[in-house]
Design a protein around this ligand. Structure first.
Ligand code: BGC
Length: 371
């Protein structure tokens, strides 16, 4: 499959998969992923923005705003409880994923994650910055306020990480999303309270480097996780050239990059713990922003080569895994690896956009958006 064909396939697939409400199922053909995650959705929406599809991005952001408006009483209850020093259970918090209509999922999957709320705010800023759509910003103002207050109240508390694990810890990648969202809102709205809170989150994250010299998977550990790439790109906790970030990326490349593809973390056993397309694209994005175009191109190529004959990108590949004895049990439980995973397609588009910025500027002027 050529790069251009996969670009077209990815934009077409994401466009067709968007529900009338604006939400996306993470992967419609994988039973556990038939929900809309704020995390996945915000990056998918951003991918559509940088691929000349701002209307699609706007519809997702509007869905997110409606979700926040609808769940405002729950957010306010969390804020009041945290301020009063009351202990909350995982179900008391806002969830990470919803039905396409914006309702909470009724199942027993862990759901208390705050990173998606930060990612949503970040995407709002990207969208308004790119389009100048102040009318949308005005319509989303109440939701933005709910989101800011919720993040300010909750970021110090442990929650599930972005892989829906380790609920008893605080995770720098989650904090990166929170920082990115608060800083984006501060820049967009000139809100000093959001700026102050963003600085607190950043200061806290920077204080907690791991003994290995880079950032830890979770605070207090000496382990690395590929989601730590988010600290630099796009959420700016540390610049790509910051020595702590360089140490983090060195550790990711030494421990998690295998024959071109990136694993989540060394002890991952989900479907055996293979190499993830979206994380490989993320490493490429980081390299592109750091000026390593050749390194970024090799990540793009690796992702491109994982497309099946129809151009579908899976969540991960199982040819190299941490522990093969876990592959079958997961397949028996949930079926084969999710494909096409919209977030994989999105990160391919994001990396490709970062590498071909000039060409994309031209394309987004000329391409007619499907609305
Ligand atoms: C991942 C999450 C992701 C979800 C849907 C899970 O396996 O751990 O990060 O949001 O799939 O794509």
């Amino acid at each position: 499959m050529t790069e251009q064909l996969l670009v077209e396939k990815s934009i077409g697939l994401i466009g067709e998969s968007q529900a009338p409400t604006g939400a996306w199922m993470a992967c419609a053909s994988f039973s556990q992923y038939r929900y809309s995650w704020l995390r996945d959705g915000s990056f998918i929406a951003y991918a559509m923005l940088v691929s000349g599809q701002p209307g699609s991005c706007r519809r997702f952001l509007a869905w997110g705003a409606a979700v926040l408006d609808r769940h405002a009483p729950k957010a306010a209850a969390v804020e009041a409880a945290v301020r009063a020093g009351r202990t909350l259970g995982p179900r008391d918090f806002l969830p990470t994923r919803f039905t396409l209509e914006g309702e909470e999922a009724r199942d027993d999957w862990p759901n208390h994650q705050i990173d998606g709320y930060g990612a949503w705010l970040w995407c709002v800023e990207r969208y308004v910055g790119a389009t100048g759509d102040r009318a949308a910003l005005a319509a989303w103002a109440p939701a933005i306020d709910i989101c800011l207050r919720y993040l300010a109240a909750t970021w110090r508390l442990p929650c599930y990480d972005c892989w829906e694990e380790h609920p008893d810890q605080v995770h720098p990648a989650t904090l990166a999303c929170v920082h990115g969202g608060l800083a984006a809102a501060a820049a967009l709205l000139g809100r000093a309270d959001a700026r102050r809170e963003a600085d607190l989150v950043r200061g806290f994250t920077l204080e907690h480097c791991a003994p290995y010299g880079g950032f830890p998977k979770s605070i207090g550990l000496d382990d690395v996780d590929a989601s730590l790439l988010w600290l630099s790109v796009p959420f700016g906790v540390a610049a790509p050239g910051d020595p702590r970030m360089r140490a983090t990326v060195r550790a990711i490349e030494a421990r998690l990059l295998l024959e071109g593809g990136v694993k989540r973390y060394a002890a991952d056993t989900y479907f055996g713990g293979g190499r993830w397309l979206l994380l490989t694209a993320w490493l490429g994005w980081h390299r592109a922003v750091s000026g390593d175009a050749a390194g970024a191109e090799s990540c793009l190529r690796w992702v491109l080569d994982r497309a099946d004959a129809d151009g579908n990108l899976p969540e991960q590949t199982l040819d190299i895994v941490n522990d093969r004895s876990f592959v079958k049990p997961w397949e028996e439980r949930w079926g084969t690896v999710a494909s096409p995973l919209l977030w994989s397609h999105a990160m391919f588009l994001v990396l490709r956009g970062a590498l071909r910025a000039d060409r994309d500027a031209h394309i987004s002027d000329t391409r007619k958006e499907r609305t």
